[in-house]
Design a binder for this molecule. Structure first.
Ligand SMILES: NC(=O)c1ccc[n+]([C@@H]2O[C@H](COP(=O)([O-])OP(=O)(O)OC[C@H]3O[C@@H](n4cnc5c(N)ncnc54)[C@H](O)[C@@H]3O)[C@@H](O)[C@H]2O)c1
Length: 276
């Protein structure tokens, strides 16, 4: 179903990892709501296809193949997007990886790979984009150090795995609790400019990422494919998985004018699994 509201009309939005999965769904909703979407995605094939899809739904979308973990690339992405569209209004830090691993199984390489994308990549993408958003604040407001009108929106896709330590995914859950902390810290630093930063914490959504986890656990625990996911859903109070459009709806709301007074918050989208 196409979404008909146009709350993001004319906005320029970078969505990382939007070649597939949750990022694709968020970017699609943004395009439906009138935004120009930049598909900042490591896979050039899915990036190109997604940008083509979004340009058919909404205004011109741009494919930007990039590894967001590489802090040498993100400032160039910001410069290229500004050269093309003139400004940046929204950043969604969605790109992320996951794995299932205990403390005893973990190697330093596993740890570094997780932190490289989920924490370091998210932090330095935020830094590069926030510099541009601050630059866009009219000089008189920037000098006064206070803006009453919203000057930008940043959304981080965390996870309920960041709400408490997970013994079967110590590196992933640490990375996502870091995303929640980064959300709070950057929201405080950017509040004087009225650049709002919030996070969304989904539970279990069937995507390629979850299918990989399911396969890994099926092998480890001798389960049929899909069984690990099914068992996971049974632990959710509402007894159903989350959906990509539900994440997209919350992201679009948080990026709209309707949410201009909301910052530094992390929203669980989890069927009642967590209450903090
Ligand atoms: N699926 C779930 O159940 C679930 C639950 C909670 C949180 N999340 C989070 O949601 C986000 C999206 O997950 P998904 O399930 O859609 O996963 P996915 O694997 O389907 O999609 C992730 C996308 O990010 C891209 N990507 C990965 N590393 C990148 C990099 N270094 N630079 C640029 N792009 C990169 C991938 O190519 C892919 O297109 C992740 O941050 C994930 O941790 C997912």
């Amino acid at each position: 179903m196409a979404y008909s509201a146009k709350r993001l009309d004319g906005k320029i939005a970078i969505v990382t990892g939007s070649g597939q999965g949750i990022g694709y769904g968020i970017a699609k909703r943004f395009a439906e709501e009138g935004a120009h979407v930049v598909v900042a995605e490591i896979n050039p094939t899915t990036a190109a296809q997604a940008a083509q899809d979004f340009s058919k739904i909404g205004p011109e979308s741009l494919s930007y193949p990039i590894d967001i973990g590489d802090p040498d690339r993100t400032p160039q992405m910001v410069a290229d997007v500004v050269a093309h569209f003139g400004r940046i209004d929204i950043l969604v830090n969605n790109a992320g990886i996951s794995d299932k691993m205990t403390l005893m199984e973990m190697t330093p390489k596993d740890w570094d790979a997780m932190m490289y994308v989920n924490v370091r990549g998210l932090l330095f993408t935020t830094q590069a984009v926030a510099r541009q958003m601050i630059e866009q604040v009219p000089p008189e407001i920037r000098q006064a150090g206070r803006s009453d009108a919203c000057q930008g929106k940043i959304i981080n896709i965390a996870s309920i795995a960041g709400r408490r330590g997970r013994s079967d995914a110590i590196h992933y859950s640490t990375s996502k609790s870091s995303v929640i902390t980064i959300t709070q810290a950057t929201a405080m630093e950017l509040a004087p400019y009225h650049i709002n930063v919030n996070a969304i914490c989904p539970a279990a959504i069937w995507t390629a990422l979850y299918e990989n986890l399911d396969n890994r656990m099926a092998e480890k625990l001798h389960l049929a494919p899909g069984e690990f996911f099914k068992q996971r859903i049974q632990k959710i109070p509402l007894k159903s998985p989350g959906t990509i459009p539900e994440v997209a709806s919350l992201a679009a709301f948080l990026c709209s004018d309707e949410a201009d007074y909301i910052t530094a918050q992390s929203y669980n989208l989890d069927g009642g699994s967590e209450m903090n």
